[in-house]
Write a protein that binds this ligand. Structure first.
Ligand SMILES: C=C(CC[C@@H](C)[C@H]1CC[C@H]2C3=CC[C@H]4[C@H](C)[C@@H](O)CC[C@]4(C)[C@H]3CC[C@]12C)C(C)C
Ligand SMILES: C[S@@+](CC[C@H](N)C(=O)[O-])C[C@H]1O[C@@H](n2cnc3c(N)ncnc32)[C@H](O)[C@@H]1O
Length: 361
């Protein structure tokens, strides 16, 4: 009798754990199971130390003296967060304004299709996705426009994920992914008909360098659209609450320092682009982009418990729970950035490489 009770109890516990971890998934997306959380391209034993190294570097981004180390640390950051992002957010690593009566997936898609429409993309065009993540935007844009998309990401693990998703979606003929640094791209000058970057160039230590590199690979007359993370004119550097929010955003997102809204178009013009249009896509009538982050205390708590249990039983590598906790705080700072209006992750600038631009040497 006692044995039976023990077996039933154990069975119930195992079923409960399976339900909690594998079936429940995260609050947002069931694309990746919690039990698959890894450290990207890192070995299991490297996760905790890589996180410590990341944290030491990005803790005080304004004091970064070694800009040349940024791409490597951004790569480490994406080894740490890519699975958590896919599990808890989906395959598109960006924000979008909420659309009343529509799902997060629909709002995300609309934000991506807007980029394709601004670029006037169509079949047979070749478009660059600078900082492509695991390719959510690339697949939407290829499907919507019929264009060929070539994505570049510094993170090898994301390349594998993106290629897998492209094959599963039947889009591997239209979508290609390359591992590399968008500051030094392995592409010929004047080889693209258009380019876009969605919430990615904020990782560049010098924005002028990534814009110049994108300018180089575009054909004369080609359009480039980018969604930039910037502080708005409401940000007051001498306001301690504002400063805390901005620094929280920077250290939780591997940013070498947020730019001001009024800087980005000037930087683009400085490398030779013509400004076609500039607009903060977060401004009304757009509805708040940060409401999705407020998924609720229960959901965050549940995710936290799932990650903690998985780390304790060593299904997830040691350190993944710390990364998850860091993201929890990041979500808070991002939400505060949105609520106070001092930060936007979607300052859109549409640029053109002039028809008479001198060929790059
Ligand atoms: C553009 C960038 C990334 C933007 C967003 C996709 C991510 C920023 C913060 C991330 C998250 C925060 C909280 C996580 C939560 C604790 C976890 O349980 C589930 C995943 C999160 C919601 C996660 C998802 C992705 C973000 C929203 C930057 C890096 C330039
Ligand atoms: C927040 S993610 C956005 C990904 C994608 N645009 C999306 O919306 O899903 C930022 C991306 O920029 C890439 N990235 C950052 N710095 C890079 C660099 N120096 N070279 C290439 N890619 C970089 C990261 O690897 C990541 O894929």
């Amino acid at each position: 009798m006692e044995t039976l009770a023990a077996v039933v109890t154990l069975g119930l516990l195992a079923a409960g754990l399976y339900w909690f971890v594998c079936l429940l998934g995260s609050a947002e997306q069931k694309g990746k199971h919690a039990s698959e959380l890894s450290g990207g391209s890192l070995g299991r034993e490297q996760v905790a130390s890589t996180y410590r190294q990341y944290w030491t570097f990005f803790r005080k981004p304004k004091e970064i003296e070694h800009a040349d180390r940024v791409p490597d640390l951004v790569d480490s950051f994406y080894n740490l967060v890519t699975d958590i992002y896919e599990w808890g957010w989906g395959q598109s690593f960006h924000f979008s304004p909420s659309l009343p009566g529509h799902s997060h997936a629909a709002a995300t898609r609309a934000h991506e299709e807007m980029a394709a429409n601004l670029l006037k993309l169509g079949p047979a065009m070749k478009v660059l996705d600078a900082g492509c993540g695991v390719g959510g935007p690339m697949r939407t844009i290829a499907t919507h426009s019929g264009a060929n998309v070539v994505g570049i990401t510094i993170n090898e693990y994301q390349v594998g994920r993106a290629r897998l998703h492209n094959i599963k979606a039947g889009l591997d003929k239209l979508c290609e992914v390359v591992c590399g640094d968008f500051l030094h791209m392995p592409f010929d000058a004047e080889s693209f008909d258009a380019a876009y970057s969605i919430e990615a160039t904020c990782h560049a230590p010098k924005l002028s360098e990534v814009y110049a590199e994108i300018f180089r690979v575009l054909k004369p007359g080609a359009l480039y659209v980018t969604y930039e993370w910037v502080t708005t004119p409401k940000f007051q550097p001498d306001n301690s609450e504002h400063l805390e929010i901005v620094q929280g955003i920077e250290r939780g997102n591997a940013l070498p320092g947020l730019r001001r809204q009024d800087e980005v178009a000037e930087i683009a013009k400085g490398v030779g682009f013509e400004l076609v249009e500039e607009r903060d896509l977060a401004l009304p009538p757009a509805l708040p982009w940060w409401t999705r982050l407020k998924m609720g205390r229960v959901a965050y708590f549940r995710n936290h418990v799932v990650v903690w249990v998985l780390t304790m039983v060593r299904i997830a590598p040691k350190g993944v729970d710390d990364v998850h906790e860091m993201l929890f705080h990041t979500a808070h700072h991002l939400t505060r950035g949105g609520q106070t209006g001092i930060f936007t992750p979607m300052h859109m600038i549409l640029l053109r490489k002039p028809n008479n631009a001198a060929p790059a040497c």
